[in-house]
Design a protein around this ligand. Sequence first.
Ligand SMILES: Cc1cc2nc3c(=O)[nH]c(=O)nc-3n(C[C@H](O)[C@H](O)[C@H](O)COP(=O)(O)OP(=O)(O)OC[C@H]3O[C@@H](n4cnc5c(N)ncnc54)[C@H](O)[C@@H]3O)c2cc1C
Length: 289
Amino acid sequence: MNLPDFDYYNPGSVHEACEILARFGSKAKVLAGGTDLIIKMKHEVLAPQVLVSLKNISQLSAIEHVPGKGVVIGARATLNDLVNTKVLHKKFFSVSMTAHQMANNQIRNAGTIGGNIVNAVPSADLPPILIALGTVVKLVGPGASRSVTLEEFFTGPNQSVIAQDEILTEILIPEQPTTGSTYLKFGLRRSGALAVVGVAAAVTMKQGIINNARIVLGAVAPIPMKARKTEELLAGKVVTDDLLDEAGVCAAGECKPISDIRGSEEYRREMIRVFTKRALRKAIKEGHA
Ligand SMILES: Cc1cc2nc3c(=O)[nH]c(=O)nc-3n(C[C@H](O)[C@H](O)[C@H](O)COP(=O)(O)OP(=O)(O)OC[C@H]3O[C@@H](n4cnc5c(N)ncnc54)[C@H](O)[C@@H]3O)c2cc1C
């Protein structure tokens, strides 16, 4: 399979990259790790005439803890950077572990957090845990920048609020009170499989009671879906096995899966029931620490 012809730009700054995107309009696309874009080009799903690489913009690869703010991740940080960077390990282990569950080592060396987000695939693994942790993303355009919560970022399958000439530059996971969090993925193989379902949970406990539970379901709706009814059910309650059972049933009821090659609607609902309970149990255990 050959790649179609394209012009390649390798700008040294975000500003320059945005200007190139603005100049070429819909003919241009951002290239990060290329693990999704290049495959789509090879399969003739996409044929951009201009690729704007982020490779030379070194500031986009940093991962740092900013005290009082949170962990700031550059959009070009690779999935393996998320796995291996100590500060992320220490502050948000669940995000490192999510990246660890993705694809294979080769893809994790190239694929980036920014690409995983902007792709806006309903089964993508990072968005559920990032939304559960209240992540905010920074979008920079030729003349201005703006911040949006990741929860508001997605608008449909492969669709988001990012404009054609904007670049996702930063992902901020805000500082939070002791919160246990986890992302559990169910795929058809043990490694390298896309999620049939994914469940992220972030739970803050206060004196043995659930103070705040955030649950985000992946691969069971057009966009990563907050399980709001389930969150409400849990708030202010003492944790019991019956409560976690009830939460699983509630999440299965409120998700909106489709049937496809990886699983039927019924199967996905059942997996959401099981994985919501498991994810909550794990997050609650960590939230007590
Ligand atoms: C074998 C294989 C296994 C995979 N397994 C998984 C998996 O387990 N879980 C999972 O979620 N995904 C998986 N993927 C999908 C893919 O690898 C990931 O989504 C990856 O994180 C994409 O990042 P990238 O840098 O390669 O994106 P690219 O292919 O470079 O870009 C993807 C899209 O995002 C845009 N883009 C990228 N970065 C930016 C930016 N900073 N600003 C604006 N636009 C941007 C591009 O223009 C393009 O439209 C897999 C892919 C393969 C080939």
